[in-house]
Design a protein around this ligand. Sequence first.
Ligand SMILES: [Zn+2]
Ligand SMILES: [Zn+2]
Length: 380
Amino acid sequence: MAEPVSDLQPLRHSLHQSPELSGQEHHTAATIAAVLSTYGPDELLTGIAGHGVMAIFQGHQPGPHILLRCELDALPIRETNRFDYCSVHPGVAHKCGHDGHMTILLEVARRLQQQPLVAGRVQLLFQPAEETGLGAVAVCRDEQYLQHQPEHVFALHNMPGYPLGSVIVRPGTMCCASRGVIIRLSGKTAHAGQPETGIAPTAAVISLLQLLPLLAQPFADQELAMITVVGARLGDKTFGNTPGQAEIYLTLRSEHDATLATLEEQVRLRTAAVCAEQSLQHEFSYEDYFPATVNHPAGVEQVRAAAAQCQAELIPMPAPMRWSEDFGYYTQQVSGALFGLGAGEDHADLHNPDYDFPDQLINIGADLFLRIVQQLQAPH
Ligand SMILES: [Zn+2]
Ligand SMILES: [Zn+2]
C-alpha cells in the first residue's frame, strides 16, 4: 500500500539544500529548534554537545522514557544531482540521508502534538557530528543529556539496496566497530644522486601496504574483520631529494570491539618489526573511532513487532553492516536498537554523489517509531 508523502517533504528539501559538516551544524540546529517549537514540546533543549537539539514530550502518567535519535550532519561530498533543491554549499551535501532522518523525527513531533502522549516520555534527539564519530560520545557526557537519560534508545538508518520501507535488523552487532590509523615513518632525506646516504622509507611502505591488510585474515573466519588501506604518501615531488618521510592510512574494521583492539596491536607489532629492519622511526595516531553498534535483544523485539504491526517487510540479516555508526555509545549504556529502513533496491548508495533520501520513508519511519513508543507504553 503506497503511503502518502508527508506534508513535511518541503522541509526535508530545504534541509537538503543547506547542508552543514559535522560539528558545524549551526543553521540546521536553529531550523530544527524553530520547527520543533511550533509542535509544543514540554521542553526544548539546545546546545547539547555542540549543536545538538532535544525536544521532550511528556505524558501525564508515569511510563518509560524513550529516546529517538537522528543526525544533523552532512558530508564533504559534491552533489551531482540536478533537482531544484540541490545543495547550495559547494562540496557539502546530505549524502547519508540525515536530512530525511531529521524530517522523520519532526514528523514524530508533529504527530505527538496532534495526539499527545498519555504516559511516559519521548525525547527526540537531533545529534551533531555522527559522521566523524565524535557526536554520540560527546552527547553521552553532556550535562543536559545526563539530566534526561532515557531507559530505551532507538534510531534508524535508511539502507539503499533493500526494498523500500522494509525493516532490516539483528540482535548483537548491527554495525561494525572501526578506527582510522595513521602510521608515520621517518628516515633521512638524501640527494637523489646519492640515495645511499639517506634512509628512505620506500621499501618499508611497499612491504607494509602488502602485509598489513593480511593481518585481518586469521579473524575473518569467525567474524567480519578487515584492514583496508585508504591512502599513503611517500616523499614529495622534489626531483633532487629522496624521501625521508612517509605516511600510511588504514581503516580497521571488526564485528567486536575486542577484535579491533587486537587488530590494532597486530598493526603496531608488524610495523615496528619492519621499521626496525629498515632503521626507520615510526609513530601512530588514530582518528574516527566508532565502537560496534550492539543491539539489545529486547530492542530488536520491539522493532520486529512494530514492523509487523506496520506491515513492513522484515529482512533477515545474517551478518552485521560493514559500516560504522556512533549509535553504539548509547546502546553501551541503555537498552535499545538501531534498525535499517530499506531505501529501494536500485537506489544510489550512501555517500554516493547522486544519492538523495527517498521522501516516502518520512511517514514510514515515523509510523515505526510511534509504534515502538506505543508498544513500550502499553506492554502486553
Ligand atoms: Zn554516513
Ligand atoms: Zn548516516
